[in-house]
Design a protein around this ligand. Structure first.
Ligand code: UD1
Ligand code: CA
Length: 538
């Protein structure tokens, strides 16, 4: 039986960690030797104190809007921008996960471009999230206006948090700081800002002589002097809802892009005498927005480093963090060693003391304690306690290696159980099979599972010795303790304890080389050998 482990990410979703300080922003913290067995992220009650502000919070936002309707033209892609994956999760998924960490009453995503794809992803992966369509799309201000007017946003919320769906590195901790600053200051708008080395493409925060925020100017509308300002708008805000709605009714499309800019409400609020606060983000990488593939790669690298750092802190050795790519939902127990060029993807879980790499890709795999995997590609496989895989092995879906089993060089396994202590050391294909305990499958054995129409199953018992280059033509059973002779084609069941020989009997045609290849190097060598034998006989 395949061992099933509880999906950690689903628990994070339904029971979101309240503050991301001491747990991973992308997965969960586990206790125990195999992370998916009984794995739970930090309990909400344990995480109630924000590590950034060091105090307890009581209020949470009623409504978070996530804008994800834009075209993402600069990505030049058929896939909607917000669905481009970063380490196993779409850009939008990362943003939503950060938002859940505030425990809002509602998250409402504005969809538009690629709406069907985005909404399908949301329904399948974030069923608690509400959706509203923006059509036509006319800018971030328009998106917020449509969202607030929708049935889904109807509530008595005093404040609304707005996020852009293209800022995947945002953490719940930063959002919490922003939220708290807004509540404490009672401002009309609170903006998360950052001073960055390269502000190109971002809206610039405009401050007056007393440093009060008076507006935001977009790159395309900015003067050279404004462009020189490196304090940028992250696109992450909290607004007083009533004041926001009033300001939104006043914005125009009188700008370089002919769109309703959400950023214009800042100037409108300031001119109406309302207070606007800028809160500087502690870690600038949090607010990076993705508009093109270069930024996608840059954000992926930052997230890779963050994830690696968390696992290293949790007791995992990562020999070369620059070439180790661990996706968001992967869980790893302590004292695991990960060698260079390793990719851990999907719902992979690695047990204590396992040694992974170099050059290993594991997708949706479960690896138990003390297993060793070298230069291997495995998808949906279960590698048991102290099992050994590689180098150069390929494990396809349904591969299950029991305790101390071994799969060696140039071996492909699919939908097969390899019993405890059994070995398939070299150059074999094991498809649709059950192998019992303590059996040895000789080099170059093929489980012939496909008759051209259907796949068939092979059963090999315990303590069996399959000779090298055996073809096991399925369906066929090899009984416990049986042997097959090397080079056999096995088409009939082999009773327990017997030796199956399924090959032509050898015959030697004496003098064939002399007759057919006289004078060849073979003939010369053979003649010498025969002469030597004759001399020895005398
Ligand atoms: C925006 C901000 C800019 C800020 C930057 C931060 C505006 C006008 N500009 O610029 O000040 O520095 O983000 O990353 O807000 N969207 C909709 N509907 C629309 C248009 C956009 O939902 O009609 C969504 C997009 O899907 C995206 C987000 O809003 O997730 C931001 O839009 P984008 O076009 O990327 O804005 P930027 O030019 O990056
Ligand atoms: Ca953007």
């Amino acid at each position: 039986m395949r061992v099933q482990y509880a999906p950690v990410s689903a628990q994070v979703l339904t029971n979101p960690c309240w503050c991301s300080g001491s747990t991973t922003p992308f997965g969960g913290v586990w206790r125990g030797s195999n992370p998916r067995r009984g794995a739970f992220p930090l309990k909400v009650s344990q995480a109630r104190v924000c590590p950034v502000l060091g105090r307890k919070f009581v209020s949470t936002p009623s409504l978070v809007l996530v804008l994800a309707a834009g075209e993402g033209t600069r990505m030049r892609s058929k896939l909607p921008k917000v669905l481009h994956p970063i380490l196993g999760r779409p850009i939008l998924g990362h943003v939503i996960n950060a938002a859940w960490q505030l425990e809002p009453n509602k998250i409402l995503v504005v969809t538009g471009s690629g709406r069907e794809q985005v909404e399908t992803w949301l329904s399948e992966n974030q069923p608690a999230v509400l959706k509203v369509e923006q059509t036509p799309r006319n800018g971030t201000g328009h998106a917020v206006r449509i969202a607030l007017a929708s049935q889904s946003a109807k509530s008595d919320s005093d404040h609304v948090m707005v996020l852009y769906g293209d800022t995947p590195l945002l953490t719940g901790a930063a959002l919490r700081v922003l939220w708290q600053a807004h509540i404490d200051s009672n401002a009309a708008a609170t903006i998360l800002t950052a001073k960055v080395a390269d502000a190109f493409g971002y809206g610039r925060i405009i401050r007056d002589k007393s440093s009060a925020v008076v507006g935001i100017v977009e790159e395309k509308d900015a003067t050279d002097e404004q462009k020189a300002n490196t304090e940028i708008n992250s696109g992450i805000y909290v607004f007083n809802r009533k004041l926001l709605e009033e300001a939104l009714s006043k914005i125009t499309t009188n700008n370089a892009q002919g769109e309703e800019y959400l950023t214009d409400v800042i100037k409108i609020l300031h001119e109406a005498g309302k207070s606007v606060i800028g809160v500087a983000v502690a870690d600038q990488s949090e607010i990076l927005g993705i508009n093109d593939r270069k930024q996608l790669a840059a954000c992926t690298e930052i997230l890779r480093d963050r994830i690696n750092e968390v696992w290293m802190r949790e007791g995992v050795t990562i020999v070369d963090p620059a070439t180790t790519w661990i996706e968001s939902d992967v869980v790893i127990a302590r004292d695991v060693v990960i060698e260079p060029s390793t990719y851990l993807q999907g719902k992979t879980a690695i047990g204590e003391d396992a040694h992974i790499g170099p050059d290993v890709t594991l997708i949706d795999c479960t690896v138990d304690e003390g297993a060793t995997i070298t230069r291997t590609y495995a998808n949906d496989a279960h590698i048991g306690v102290r099992a050994q895989v590689g180098p150069f092995s390929y494990l396809r879906p349904g591969s299950e290696l029991h305790k101390s089993a071994k799969v060696g060089a140039y071996v492909e396994v699919k939908n097969a159980i390899i019993g405890a202590g059994s070995k398939v050391p070299h150059l074999s294909y094991v498809g649709d099979a059950t192998i019992g305990e303590g059996s040895n499958i000789g080099a170059a054995t093929i489980f012939v599972n496909y008759d051209g129409v259907k796949k068939h199953h092979t059963v090999v018992g315990a303590a069996v010795r399959i000779g090298s280059d055996t073809m096991l033509v399925a369906p066929v059973n090899v009984g416990d303790g049986a042997y097959t002779a090397a080079g056999s084609v096995i088409t009939e069941d082999v009773p327990a304890g017997s030796m199956a020989v399924g090959r032509a009997k050898q015959r030697n045609i004496l003098g064939w080389v002399r007759m057919k290849r006289a004078g060849s190097t073979s003939d010369i060598a053979a003649t010498k050998a025969n002469e030597k034998t004759e001399t020895e006989k005398q």
